[in-house]
Design a protein around this ligand. Structure first.
Ligand SMILES: [Zn+2]
Length: 426
């Protein structure tokens, strides 16, 4: 399918997901379908203006003004609202209600980066069978690759670990058997965080990457220092999870990543927290978001990353690296690390996932010239039943991020229920 058509398809399907929160049940799938009348439509690349979108059989059948639709088609009033592709959160952790929370904020696919593999497998099976329509679609790394006592082992449940390159293929194969969609590798000695962890060596990281690639899976690496990030890319990693907080990037870092065709999920908001500059409390007071935060999420957003003796993390390297990556044309994916439950920091919305200035630079590099307009008419709207969970009104920043996130295609096939952001122009 042509790229733009796919983008439009993503747009309406994303809306379908959001609408589920506002209506008694899902819009009729199959031949009857549904039509959204009179919404402003953003197709993932550009604003199409006020249009109708007809969905039928789970796909976009038509986009245009005053569409004629088959008799019996359910009509959804879209006037005053904006329809856009569902967002992909490219770094999340899934448990409990997080997938439902994600959908409240317009995130229709969560790329989990460490979850209970059995739980993730169950959720994905339910979703593949057509269930859990009130949740974001899940893709999961399952268990992370780490050494005994390494980062990832401190949460009180057993983790299968490895230490040598010769163990890599069996470890990866076991994850794939559990249902991992991609392989997440931890390179973290903890020093910059005021902690101390043993960690995988370069040879084992390279062997894990190779083992994943041998099975057709992507391999992404958690790294929070420049040296670790460079090592991961040099070892063949497809992507970096986080950016570094130990030192400013060397002048060639962005070009280095771009030359290796790797992508980066900066997770800037969580790095800001780690560096002691978190702004979650301000989010709680933001009138655009407050209606959608339940008390637990609001309380979690007020929490702070623990200060520890010896912690030296600074935030400045991360946005500096994003600017370099953008200038070099590297792919940047929006990810939140929400809810980062292990630290109980709370759900990070995509609006807070990225610093406006740095992500704007990234978008500028990706889109070069296209402007994404503010929408002064956009305000949170309550649902008919007063649950306040209807989120049809994205601010401009999520739209920008939607565009950046559309590069999420690197994670391969999108949602089994076609609700993810789709590709940009072919
Ligand atoms: Zn994470």
């Amino acid at each position: 399918m042509h790229g733009r058509q796919r983008a439009v398809a993503g747009a309406a399907c994303g809306l379908a997901a959001v609408l589920l929160l506002a209506t008694a049940g899902p819009p009729a799938a199959g031949p009857g379908g549904f039509v959204v009348r009179g919404a402003r439509v953003f197709d993932g690349t550009r604003m199409l203006g006020v249009s109708d979108v007809l969905a039928s059989g789970g796909k976009i059948a038509a986009v245009g003004r005053d569409l004629s639709v088959p008799p019996g088609t359910e009509v959804v009033a879209g006037a005053g609202r904006t329809l856009l592709p569902g967002l992909i959160d490219a770094h999340a952790h899934s448990l409990g209600d997080t997938l439902r929370d994600a959908l409240v904020f317009g995130v229709t696919t969560e790329l989990d980066m460490f979850a209970d593999a059995r739980w993730a497998a169950k959720v994905k099976a339910d979703q593949a069978a057509g269930g859990r329509l009130d949740e974001a679609d899940l893709r999961s790394a399952g268990t992370v690759a780490t050494v005994p006592g390494g980062h990832g082992t401190e949460y009180g449940f057993p983790i299968p670990t490895l230490t040598r390159p010769e163990e890599a293929q069996a470890w990866v194969d076991a994850r794939i058997a559990e249902g991992s969609d991609y392989i997440k590798i931890i390179v973290e000695d903890g020093k910059v965080l005021g902690r101390s962890f043993p960690t995988l060596d370069r040879a084992t990281v390279a062997a894990l990457v190779a083992a994943a690639h041998r099975r057709g899976k992507l391999a992404v690496v958690h790294a929070t220092t420049l040296a670790a990030a460079r090592m991961a890319i040099d070892a063949g990693a497809d992507g970096l999870e986080h950016l570094f907080v130990d030192q400013l990037p060397d002048p060639g870092f962005g070009r280095f990543v771009a030359a290796h065709h790797a992508f980066v999920v900066p997770t800037l908001s969580v790095l800001k927290d780690v560096a002691g500059e978190g702004a979650g409390a301000a989010l709680v007071r933001d009138p655009r978001l407050a209606p959608y935060l339940d008390p637990d999420n609001a309380a979690n957003l007020e929490l702070r990353y623990p200060e520890r003796p010896g912690k030296t993390a600074i935030y400045a390297p991360a946005p500096a690296a994003v600017r370099q990556l953008a200038a070099a044309g590297a792919r940047i994916l929006a990810g939140t690390d929400a809810p980062n439950s292990f630290r109980l920091l709370g759900r990070r919305t995509l609006a807070h996932a990225t610093e406006p200035d740095s992500i704007a630079a990234a978008i500028a590099a990706i889109r070069r010239s296209e402007a994404f307009g503010e929408d002064p008419n956009c305000r949170p709207k309550s649902t008919a039943n007063g649950s306040g969970k209807m989120s049809s009104c994205p601010a401009s920043m999520p739209s920008r991020i939607a565009n950046a996130t559309s590069r999420g295609e690197v994670f391969g096939s999108a949602s089994s229920r076609a609700m993810s952001v789709s590709t940009g122009p072919a």
